[in-house]
Design a binder for this molecule. Structure first.
Ligand SMILES: Cc1cc2nc3c(=O)[nH]c(=O)nc-3n(C[C@H](O)[C@H](O)[C@H](O)COP(=O)(O)OP(=O)(O)OC[C@H]3O[C@@H](n4cnc5c(N)ncnc54)[C@H](O)[C@@H]3O)c2cc1C
Length: 333
């Protein structure tokens, strides 16, 4: 395995910001991974997959590891209602979803077309159209960065919550593979208004039809990171108290609110950004996407600090107008 010094990361993050890693390597198996951890015990470490949820504002003074672990292992017989598939971390997420849908293994279809790798999916518990990946994960196999120990985390040990997990909080595990628990029996459960609308002409949609509908809706609403650099939703949807939601609803009767827990609801960051006048707004090379204000796009800057300045501007106007603190979903390095 080669170690690259002063390695350009621009092509490895979907915002296309420029930064250099002090050291970079791509282990292709567990032994190589362990070796690079032993070789550089005191360097800071950063794991990168497809780079679709991360960008750089400065050089990374340490070791960037991009695992290249591929393969799928299925463990179930045709008679079983439950299907277990272990997917290695570097498998492309959407190709994996397509593979499961082709075989009519149900559970991941609403998560179609999310860019990135299988290994990153549990990190922020990816979600879309009323589904979250946590509901289809049986276990996550990961290596402790400090000890090299391989640990298997059962679903309930992953501390999954909205765009969060133990892997995001602790930042000390390298995910090697994910074991998914899927079902052979499919029935469409309407969960999300845009998707229901897309499927309303079909009486009993098949799993393939749901995947196709998700892809159509996403292509209409979201920019492809390959054509217009971005990292998807920039901010998390914030939680607010029910009292605050009631007060805001007086001025904004169409404020979206989703039940959360006693005394709290979740609202829409996109709505707040829109009402703050930032839908489709552009400052220099950075702006929000005209069809979806939650997405910050990079129209041509290689400097991640410009994205951070624009993010701060949005946070500040939303805070001033609604007294709500937005929190980025994207990792800023
Ligand atoms: C156009 C667009 C649309 C998007 N839509 C959605 C959406 O609908 N829903 C959603 O949830 N997200 C969405 N995202 C965000 C992104 O696709 C997901 O977060 C995805 O899981 C990122 O995968 P990645 O491999 O690119 O991760 P990276 O960006 O490389 O890494 C993300 C984080 O995971 C860590 N990580 C990556 N691989 C590993 C590993 N093997 N072990 C340990 N840690 C690791 C990194 O250190 C980093 O902290 C979107 C992004 C874009 C660009």
């Amino acid at each position: 395995m080669e170690y690259h010094k002063h390695y350009q990361l621009k092509e490895l993050n979907s915002f296309r910001t420029e930064a250099y890693a002090k050291i970079f390597c791509s282990p292709t198996n567990i032994d190589e991974l362990r070796k690079c951890l032993e070789e550089y015990p005191s360097e800071k470490k950063l794991i990168i997959g497809g780079g679709c949820n991360i960008f750089f504002t400065k050089n990374f003074d340490g070791l960037v590891i991009k695992p290249e672990f591929f393969g799928l292992h299925e463990a179930s017989s045709e008679e079983d209602e439950d299907v277990y598939i272990e997917a290695m971390a570097s498998e492309d997420w959407d190709s994996f979803v397509a593979y499961t849908v082709e075989r009519k293994f149900c559970g991941l279809e609403n998560l179609s077309l999310i860019p990135g790798t299988v290994g990153a999916a549990p990190v922020q518990n990816i979600g879309a159209y009323g589904a979250e990946v946590k509901d289809c994960i049986r276990e996550v196999v990961a290596m402790d960065i400090h000890t090299g120990e391989v640990i298997s985390f059962a679903n309930n040990e992953c501390e999954f919550s909205y765009r969060n997990s133990i892997f995001k909080q602790r930042n000390k595990y390298i995910i090697l593979s994910v074991v998914f628990h899927l079902k052979r029996k499919f029935s469409y459960r309407p969960k999300y208004v845009d998707l229901n609308r897309e499927l309303e002409s079909i009486e009993d949609p098949t799993i393939e039809e749901v995947r196709e509908a998700v892809i159509r809706v996403r292509k209409r609403k979201l920019p492809s990171e390959k054509e217009l650099p971005n990292a998807g939703s920039f901010f998390k949807n914030p939680y607010i108290t029910t009292d605050q939601a009631k007060k805001l609803s007086k001025d904004y009767p169409d404020l979206p609110v989703y039940p959360y827990k006693d005394g709290w609801v979740k609202t829409s960051a996109a709505f707040l950004i829109d009402k703050a006048g930032y839908k489709g707004k552009r400052v220099g090379d950075i702006g929000t996407y005209p069809n979806q204000p939650l997405i910050i796009v990079n129209y041509g800057s290689s400097d991640g600090n410009k994205i951070v300045s624009f993010m701060e501007e949005i946070k500040s106007v939303v805070k001033q107008k609604f007294s709500i603190e937005l929190e980025p979903e994207v990792r800023i390095c």
